[in-house]
Write a protein that binds this ligand. Structure first.
Ligand code: DAH
Length: 344
């Protein structure tokens, strides 16, 4: 290798260094020329070992100068490419502080969920505990223990989905009342519970009916509980939900698991009690069934009816929501129409 060869090698290296577009390419160039073993320039050092005298001194000087130039050029290019990379990052991360902020839509509870929550709040303040029950029930808890043996005519209004092939008669619960039995069978009086949940029935859809709907069951069993306590509780709850001005009436009714039985109606907010499509022309909309727990039901639950008495009720939060928000039709609550839901 002559000094000229070495210079030609160095200038090729300088060209390649200048042409490296990123740090990876520059590293390849560095290795090609300057690798400790086998680099095109570094390996000239080995050749020097075989020379002697002035030839060795001459080539040695050329070698040191070529090596120095290439090392400097590599270092310089490295700084440039590092700066470019950092600058590129800044460009990517550039933030326009004057850009308008994205408006984040905040969700909220469905009107039925909110109504259930409010009913829970009202009863929690009265000392009740909210419990959940299974949506799939057996015939025993949904009907028999509640004084509705097979063939009882009250079952007609409670047709539902049946799980075929099940020996114990599994079905989709038709009301939340079975949780009265499950709670009493699992504990000892006094009981003060409410049970919010979903139920299903073979009801024809109309402005006050949907085959799947919600109920909030209630049960209060203690010593000396009377119809007066039931009436006072229902009137208090109606005032809390609808305000003192709204018309509320109690009328006698029939349920196999209560004696006596009552139903509560609220004045229709669409027609103000005159009668319209929403209230089936009656001016009133039923929101709950209730009564004093039948002694046979207490006995079925292992509670002594001579020592304890109680009342129970089952209210419909879907209808209550429709009444509070003046909706003409409960079915609107299940349409998931954002134009309606965004109103609440
Ligand atoms: N389970 C009844 C229904 O679904 C409502 C009801 C009536 C619940 C009287 C009760 C009650 O707890 O005592 O129509």
């Amino acid at each position: 290798m002559t000094g000229d060869d070495l210079q030609a090698l160095a200038s090729r290296a300088l060209e390649e260094i200048a042409g490296a577009v990123d740090l990876d390419q520059l590293e390849l160039v560095r290795r090609r020329y300057m690798a400790r073993h086998g680099g095109l320039i570094t390996s000239v050092a080995a050749e020097l070992g075989g020379l002697s005298g002035p030839a060795r001194a001459l080539l040695g000087r050329e070698f040191n100068s070529a090596k120095g130039t290439v090392v400097d050029a590599l270092a310089e290019r490295q700084v440039t490419l590092e700066e470019e990379r950092a600058g590129g990052g800044l460009a990517d991360e550039w933030l326009d502080l004057s850009h308008p902020v994205h408006h984040l839509e905040r969700g909220h509870q469905h009107p039925v969920a909110r109504t259930i929550r409010e009913i829970e709040d009202i009863f929690t303040r009265l000392g009740y505990t909210s419990v959940a029950g299974p949506e799939i029930e057996d015939d025993l808890h949904n009907f028999e223990l509640l004084n509705m043996p097979p063939e009882h005519p009250a079952r007609d209004a409670h047709d539902t989905f049946y799980l075929s092939g099940a020996a114990v008669g599994w079905l989709y619960r038709t009301h939340t009342s079975p949780m009265q039995m499950r709670t009493m069978l699992a504990g000892a009086p006094p009981f003060r519970i409410i049970v919010p949940g979903k139920v299903a029935r073979r009801d024809n859809p109309d402005p006050t009916h949907n085959p799947v709907f919600h109920q909030v069951e209630g049960l209060c069993v203690d010593q000396g509980v009377t119809v007066g306590d039931l009436k006072g509780t229902l009137e208090h709850v109606a005032r809390e939900l609808f305000g003192a001005e709204r018309g509320v009436r109690l009328r006698s009714s029939y349920f196999p698991y209560t004696e006596p039985s009552l139903e509560a109606d609220v004045a229709c907010g669409i027609c103000n009690g005159i009668g319209c499509r929403s209230c089936h022309g009656k001016g009133w909309i039923e929101i709950l069934g209730s009564g004093m727990v039948h002694p046979a039901v207490l006995r079925n639950a292992g509670v002594d009816p001579d020592r304890y008495s109680g009342f129970a009720f089952g209210m419909g939060p879907d209808r209550i929501a429709a009444l509070r928000y003046s909706l003409r039709d409960v079915r609107d609550l299940y349409e998931n129409d954002m134009r309606l839901l965004e109103c609440f």
